[in-house]
Design a binder for this molecule. Structure first.
Ligand SMILES: Nc1nc2c(ncn2[C@@H]2O[C@H](COP(=O)(O)OP(=O)(O)OP(=O)(O)O)[C@@H](O)[C@H]2O)c(=O)[nH]1
Length: 345
């Protein structure tokens, strides 16, 4: 899921790429004429490129079109590469050395789709530049041999495709790693349910959805009754097994759209999107009944749970205020004798 850190990173990378492009152009404008005699068309197109690129830089820097930044940077890349390549010697140009980097840049700032798109464009342009090399090189008034151009064109195309493959594998590894880190970050190590961080993340998303669609949303806060006794009498490791089993039992009786997290200690929390408090009470009663009939761990311990329910009911409600109401209901359940479901007022 794209987050603000990722967007910020893309923005920064886009800026760096355009800065690099401006530097390349400025360098080319100043240095190249010292070594080769260039026709006016080279100088003028480089100046136009420079003006265009600096304008794009200003647009990106001012955050004027955040959604189009990646596309802009790719356009900038092409504006720099293609005309410069065409008028400065085709595949024999020094600009050609930069080409294999572009699929990697595109993958880093955009993704697989952008990288593939730029690879296809580069390969087509390189093939054209190779086949029509004799026309292109005329502009720089330099003499290149056909064999040399074909040779360079072949290796350049190979390098671009190789770099595109590298970008693709890099992206795959990066996506896998990010997914793993995300899971580790949001998973409770004991029960493998979501932890508090995961709860906060998904609860906020579901609450936003409920706000937009004006659909109901309910929360069930669950606490295992007299759990201290389990630890005291059978040990912490048996207590742990009971927590894992209770978590699994609760989770396996929920629908896919619902989710459960370990709220902390011997407390669990269930978020029920699209569910009114009345329906949540039926679900809570079913769960209470299931747990009370089960025997936990090798010691076949009978355990019970108390459940407090709250419903999102006001646009000013937030995740904390809803959980607070569910907690109050849970507290009432404990006061009223435990092993019961209580609704918030
Ligand atoms: N085994 C184990 N025990 C835990 C874990 N987290 C919290 N506990 C224990 O859960 C117990 C919670 O006890 P209390 O808050 O006093 O509540 P209780 O005994 O469940 O009684 P009521 O909630 O009032 O019904 C404490 O003994 C904690 O040590 C855990 O990860 N593993």
């Amino acid at each position: 899921m794209p987050n603000s850190a990722q967007t910020q990173l893309n923005h920064t990378l886009t800026l760096r790429i355009i800065e690099l492009s401006i530097l390349t152009l400025a360098f080319s404008l100043v240095i190249r004429p010292l070594f080769v005699h260039l026709s006016d068309i080279f100088l003028w197109s480089a100046v136009v490129n420079l003006i265009l690129t600096i304008s794009f830089y200003a647009v990106v820097r001012a955050h004027l079109v955040p959604k189009w930044e990646i596309t802009l940077s790719l356009i900038v890349a092409l504006i720099i590469i293609m005309p410069t390549l065409a008028i400065s010697g085709g595949v024999n140009s020094q600009v050609a050395y930069f080409l294999p980097l572009y699929p990697i840049f595109a993958a880093l700032i955009g993704g697989a789709r952008e990288s593939i798109a730029i690879t296809v464009i580069l390969v087509i342009c390189t093939l054209f530049a190779t086949v029509f090399g004799h026309l292109i090189t005329d502009l720089t008034e330099e003499v290149y041999s056909v064999e040399k151009s074909l040779d360079r064109g072949f290796w350049l195309t190979t390098a671009i495709i190789f770099s595109a493959f590298f970008a693709h594998f890099f992206l795959r590894k990066y996506a896998e790693l990010t997914k793993k880190l995300n899971e580790e970050n949001t998973q409770d190590p004991l029960t493998s349910l979501l932890n508090r961080r995961g709860l906060n993340l998904y609860f906020s998303i579901e609450l936003d959805k409920a706000r937009v669609t004006t659909s109901p949303l309910s929360v069930i806060l669950i606490d295992v009754d007299y759990f201290k006794k389990v630890n005291d009498m059978f040990g912490h490791d048996i207590g742990d097994i009971c927590l894992i089993d209770i978590g699994n039992l609760l989770k396996s009786n929920l629908k896919n759209k619902d989710f459960i997290a370990r709220f902390g200690g011997e407390e669990f929390i269930i978020i029920l999107p699209n569910t009114s408090q009345g329906d949540a009470a039926l679900i809570a009663e079913k769960l209470r009944n299931l747990v009370s009939k089960e025997a936990f761990s090798d010691f076949k311990l009978p355990l019970t749970i108390t459940l407090g329910i709250a419903e999102y009911n006001d646009h000013n409600d937030n995740t904390l205020s809803i959980i607070k109401r569910a907690d109050k209901a849970l507290y009432k359940g404990k006061e009223n004798g435990r092993n019961r479901v209580e609704l918030s007022e």
